[in-house]
Write a protein that binds this ligand. Structure first.
Ligand code: FMN
Length: 171
C-alpha cells in the first residue's frame, strides 16, 4: 500500500500498487503520471509504503522520498507487458471520471483493431514508474500476548559514515 499527503489540501490518500522491483536504490511501481497519486507526489514527494504478510504475522513500513524512474526503465517495463495490458494502459486516463465501462471497452476494441497487425504499441508518455527511496524502515513481528517486536531503522551519520540507528519500539 502506498500513502501520500497532498500539500494542497493536507489530506492523506492511500492505495495498493504492485511492487515491480526492489534494490539498493528503492522500491519501484508503475502507474499513470497524470493520476491523482501522481499529482499528489508532484506536490509532496514524501510517501510511505506498507507491506503485510498475514501468514507470517509480519508487517514492514517504509518511509521515503519518491522520484520518477528513467524513461528507459519505464519503456523497457511497458514493452515487457502483454499487448492487452499495454493497450489497457493507453485506454485508462487514470483517476478521471468516465461515463461508463462501455467507453473503456470501446476505446480498447478500437486500439486492439489498430494494432492487430502486431506492430509495436508505443508507450503513452504519461505512463511510467516511480521509485521510493527509503529513509526509514520499521519491521513488526507478531508475538504472543501482544508483546510484538518492532524494530526501527533510521539513517545516521557516524564519523562521516552513513549507518543505521536501530531502535526497538514498544508494540
Ligand atoms: C492489488 C492491486 C494492485 C494494484 N496495482 C497498481 C499498480 O501497480 N499501479 C497502479 O497505478 N494502480 C494499481 N492498482 C490500482 C490502485 O490501487 C488505484 O486504484 C489506482 O492507481 C488509482 O489511484 P489514484 O487515483 O489514487 O492515482 C492496484 C490495485 C490493487 C487492488
Amino acid at each position: 500500500m502506498l500513502a501520500i499527503v497532498s500539500d494542497a489540501c493536507s489530506v492523506v490518500s492511500s492505495r495498493m500498487v504492485l511492487l515491480k522491483g526492489v534494490d539498493k536504490d528503492g522500491f519501484v511501481w508503475y502507474t499513470n503520471y497524470e493520476s491523482q497519486k501522481a499529482l499528489e507526489i508532484s506536490e509532496n514527494p514524501n510517501a510511505s509504503l506498507l507491506f503485510y504478510w498475514d501468514g507470517l504475522h509480519r508487517q514492514a513500513r517504509v518511509e521515503g522520498f519518491v522520484e520518477k524512474v528513467s524513461d528507459e526503465e519505464s519503456e523497457q517495463y511497458f514493452h515487457s507487458h502483454l499487448r492487452g495490458s499495454q493497450i489497457g494502459a493507453i485506454v485508462s486516463k487514470q483517476s478521471t471520471v468516465i461515463p461508463g465501462r462501455h467507453s473503456l471497452c470501446q476505446e480498447y476494441n478500437d486500439l486492439e483493431a489498430k494494432f492487430s497487425d502486431g506492430s509495436p504499441i508505443p508507450k503513452p508518455k504519461q505512463w511510467g514508474g516511480y521509485r521510493l527511496k527509503p529513509e526509514i524502515f520499521e519491521f513488526w513481528q507478531g508475538q504472543q500476548s501482544r508483546l510484538h517486536d518492532r524494530i526501527r531503522y533510521t539513517p545516521e551519520v557516524v564519523d562521516g559514515k552513513r549507518l543505521w540507528k536501530i531502535d526497538r519500539l514498544a508494540p
